[in-house]
Design a protein around this ligand. Sequence first.
Ligand SMILES: NC(=O)NCCC[C@H](N)C(=O)O
Length: 411
Amino acid sequence: MKPTLNITSEIGTLKTVVLKRPGPEVENMIPQNTQRFLFDDIPYLHMIQKEHDQFAGILRKQGVEVLDLKELLTEVFRTKDIKDLFVLDFLNESKAPFDENQIGQALENYLQQLSAEDFVEKVFQGVRKEELFQEQKIHLHDYMEDSFPFYVSPQPNVYFMRDPACVIGNGVTLNNMKSEIRKRESLFFQYILKYHERFKESEIPIWLNRDYPFSLEGGDLLVLSKETLAIGISERTSAKAIEQLAANIFKQNTTINNIIAAVVPKSRTFMHLDTIFTMVNKDTFCIYPVILTEDIYLLERGTVPQCVNVSKQQSLEVALKKVLGLDEVNFIICGGDDKVASSREQWNDATNTLAISPGVVITYDRNYITNDLLRKNGIIVHEIPSSELSRGGGGPRCMSMPLIREDISFR
Ligand SMILES: NC(=O)NCCC[C@H](N)C(=O)O
């Protein structure tokens, strides 16, 4: 029988993954607010869907079971009581204007009467002001030209499935995401794990919950092996969340004994560890070289009650060799030696590879120098078109949430 969740590496043969096909929510941005939504441009919907369909198509062709976030949520919300409960949580977290009686109640009523299918679309696309009150201007700010047109803001980042939750072993983290605009995304997984037929009977450990006050995002967390995680201390993921996660995991009877914590320079370009470091084979990593000069720490299982021992490491290479038991580590530098190409391809998510088995990855076609280098290093590369997908600032790894991979051994 298939396990519900099993992720013990980044590269074990991928069996089940969750994706979200980009939908009309990506068109609910305007040039004045793309930055607020963490986008660099507004994608062309028709094309981004075509590109994403090719991504899903390659995964299916490789025998991967592809689950769809929209379908999972729709199945959960067919039960009216669960949907009504979610409406309240969702509006609360959307900072919907509940205090303004008329609007809060109208929003609640409006969402409650939608079918499960329409409701899920609305959750992604947001609720425009004119949907509730035709052209009605109530407040002074409604008269202002730049007034935000939504009561409930859209969620264009939902196709970046990697970030709101991380599967580690047979458990998950439900992440408190850094930016206000993405915080609601991990609420989806709370509901799916608790109420969806496929998950609700399994006792899934929650390694760190979304009410933990310091932020963590999935793009920063890599499961390197049964024993080891790598986590970026980044713009999005705090050192406190990493240590708390370590303490929670080490306290349990798990195989994880080590966490490599790598400093990631705080900038939009390097927003998560997986924008500068991914694993493509047992001893091979695709990197942007900035990761080689930043500080590296190791968190190890200590003795209770001082559960986490922290030590500074000499380098990423030394730390990887130690925790993975490797004699050599092969770093493939994205874009190669040409600094301009390296920087450009990093920006276009060249290092954001998604492994579908050891030495087999999916990447963006636009990063042709890195793809070539990967192939020269014996990696099989499946390319997907990326003109529109890349506009949101993430690549194939960011767009996927693996639930089940086959176990592999390193030694
Ligand atoms: N793991 C990743 O690097 N995810 C990419 C997230 C892109 C999204 N627009 C964001 O800024 O959060």
